[in-house]
Design a protein around this ligand. Structure first.
Ligand code: IFM
Length: 469
């Protein structure tokens, strides 16, 4: 099975700044929206905050050494806008110096840096000017991207503009479950469009800056995608609910970038919520920049019904649930008879194969894909033997990698796989309650222990373990 991966297939692991760095107010970094949101009572489980996280800011060389031990080809990390331009004004040289040291450490260890510019930690100062609901934020994002390029552009070749804009728009501005915690569907749709615009502006700017580089930049975006499966494929109500979720969660994010247009049915579904009004002449041309890769984050599919079945919600919140499913009367997610992770997410590796093949068939102009996140949370403990035995995660990883191999055999152009996550970390509204790492972190001592799943992943990378369980 391992033989069906192309020779230069990239094996990696991923993290994000706010989830691991800590040092939330050090060396000039100021509040991001997640620092502020996590201080709102009830917003994050157990009152956890990213203040210290897993102290990666101070333990970076140790963490890069772990990557080396695992045999990673590449490390996907994000830069924190709130560290680079904390007050939305001057550039914080100390903040950029951290990322410069990280990039050097990676390169010295033969690990390709894969940089994401936006993984949800907007400077609070920018939020106070309206955040992503304000069109100006797209231009500020472009300026932040060029500031990062000015310092790292001589060494970083792989650039991702946004990670999962679905989360930093709908979940953040409509559902209120992520920072900044708003429940305003029109602001959410404006945030979608302005993040698209920011993607296009930054891509064009980076492309221009990179033109002088010896090695052309690889620029892309990472989207979290799902397959919306109608609960009853013979029920027109369920079929229509699945279409609407596919439009709102997948096509609203893929199509402006890849096709230069919003899906017509989606525009109809959300008519009256202001999306059409924020799309100015010329925006779609800016958004529709050529990209070099599409990052696909996959965790699970969603079984969808248009009937009022009780919704399975996965985020602990005592705020009233505000539906992000604008444009619909009911959308519910009936549970299916599949194994579930500690997040209560379905384990369905074939869904990853099906998604990659579907994207290939549905979008003939799609650039090569990388699975930029895939992984699982389980309740891990350090055993008496000092090890973390997490057989469910090992099986999850092997089966999903086997699914990628199968997708490639079926014609999908997938060039790499990044496991989420390298380290246990701050899982947003779940705080430190959910562990996704292949390296366990003791949150009291910050001691790192490679889990059995991490050893298995290293063996897969080394070609010593077949993904097929
Ligand atoms: O931890 C997150 C990550 O930040 C974005 N993608 C999903 C992961 C697991 O929830």
């Amino acid at each position: 099975m391992i033989d069906s991966f192309p020779p230069n297939f990239l094996w990696g692991s991923a993290t994000a700044a706010a989830q691991i760095e800590g040092a939330a107010h050090e060396d000039g970094k100021l509040d991001s929206i997640w620092d502020v949101f996590s201080r709102v009572p009830g917003a994050v489980a157990n009152g956890d905050t990213p203040e210290v996280a897993v102290d990666h800011y101070h333990r970076m060389p140790e963490d890069v050494a772990l990557m080396k031990r695992l045999g990673l080809d590449s490390y996907r990390f994000s830069t924190s806008w709130a560290r680079v331009k904390p007050a939305d004004g001057a550039i914080n040289k100390a903040g950029l110096a951290f990322y410069s040291r990280l990039v050097d450490e990676l390169l010295e260890n033969g690990i390709l840096p894969w940089l994401t510019l936006y993984h949800w930690d907007l400077p609070q100062a920018v939020q106070e000017t309206g955040g992503w609901a304000n069109r100006d934020t797209a231009y500020r994002f472009r300026d932040y991207a060029t500031a990062v390029h000015d310092v790292l552009g001589d060494r970083v070749t792989h650039w991702t503009t946004f990670n999962e804009p679905f989360c930093s728009s709908l979940i953040s501005y409509a559902a209120g479950e992520h920072a900044p915690g708003l429940q305003d569907p029109a602001a959410a749709l404006a945030a979608v469009h302005h993040q698209h615009l920011g993607h296009g502006l930054a891509t064009a700017a980076l492309r221009e800056l990179g033109a002088a580089s010896a090695e052309p930049l690889q620029i892309g975006i990472t989207l979290n995608l799902t397959t919306a499966i109608p609960n009853d494929p013979n029920d027109p109500v369920d079929l229509d609910a699945a279409r609407r979720i596919d439009g709102l969660w997948n096509r609203m994010f893929i199509e402006p970038v890849v096709l230069g247009e919003y899906p017509a049915d989606l525009l109809d579904d959300v008519a009256g919520l202001g999306l059409s009004e924020v799309i100015l002449p010329g925006d779609l041309e800016i958004i529709h920049q050529p990209i070099d890769f599409l990052g696909v984050n996959y965790y699970h599919d969603d079984c969808v019904s248009g009937h009022p079945v009780e919704r399975v919600t996965t985020v602990p919140t005592d705020r009233p649930y505000a539906s992000p499913f604008v444009g619909s009367e009911y959308v519910s997610f009936p549970p299916r008879d599949l194994p579930h992770t500690a997040m209560d997410w379905e384990v369905n590796p074939d869904g990853l194969r099906a998604l990659l093949v579907r994207l290939t068939l549905q979008y003939p102009t799609l650039p090569p894909m990388y699975v930029t996140e895939n992984g699982a949370s389980y309740e891990d403990v350090v055993s008496d033997d000092g090890r973390v035995h997490d057989p469910d995660r090992t099986t999850f990883i092997r089966e999903h990698i086997a699914a990628v191999a199968e997708a490639i055999l079926q014609g999908a152009d997938v060039r790499g796989y990044f496991l989420w996550s390298l380290l246990d970390n701050f899982e947003w509204a779940w705080g430190f309650d959910k562990r996704f790492g292949i390296v366990h972190v003791d949150y009291d001592t910050q001691v790192r222990t490679i889990k059995d799943s991490g050893l298995a992943y290293a063996a897969i990378i080394a070609g010593a373990l077949s993904p097929t369980p």
